[in-house]
Design a protein around this ligand. Structure first.
Ligand code: TR5
Length: 144
């Protein structure tokens, strides 16, 4: 870890206290998230794909030339993938299929990655299940 840089951010943090506060603020409390406002269109987003169950919009802090988030419109307890129950199987399939549609629309079907960060140790920062669709450059493996 570089000094003054959070492991979960590409931006340098101003100080350790601010970084600790930010980390503590992000927890799986089940509280509404910023994504509710994006779904309700109270906050503008750059929508790439939308249907009855799924919304896909560009990440505000892109990590690749194509970086789209695919989310269920109804969270239904899916703050994380780790909360998935049998009743979620249909929407989980819809999210994966929507990721493929996004990749197709963005012209990256030949090479793209779908990522789900689950929990603090995986740097999840928004507790509304979301799939990152990344591509448009040579992606490295293993991921960090
Ligand atoms: O870290 P995880 O896996 O939880 O991913 C959350 C993602 O949400 C990050 O890649 C953020 O850059 C992204 N994010 C956060 C906000 C936001 C967003 N993408 C689009 N629009 C956003 N708005 C308006 N506000 C955010 N706080």
């Amino acid at each position: 870890v570089l000094p003054g840089r959070s492991i979960c951010s590409t931006r340098a943090s101003h100080n350790e206290e601010a970084a600790a506060k930010a980390a503590a603020a992000v927890a799986d409390t089940g509280a509404p998230t910023i994504f509710d406002k994006i779904i309700a269109k109270e906050i503008p987003s750059d929508i790439v794909y939308e249907d009855e169950n799924v919304l896909a919009f560009r990440d505000i802090n892109p990590q690749a030339p194509v970086h789209v988030l695919v989310i269920p419109k109804l969270r239904d307890g899916l703050t994380t993938l780790g909360k998935a129950e049998p009743r979620h199987v249909e929407v989980l399939g819809q999210l994966l299929h929507a990721s493929k549609i996004v990749a197709e629309k963005e012209g990256i079907l030949d090479g793209f990655r779908v990522v789900i960060n689950n929990g603090a140790e995986a740097c999840q920062s928004v507790y509304h299940l979301h799939l990152h669709v990344l591509g448009g450059r040579q992606l490295k493996w293993p991921p960090g």
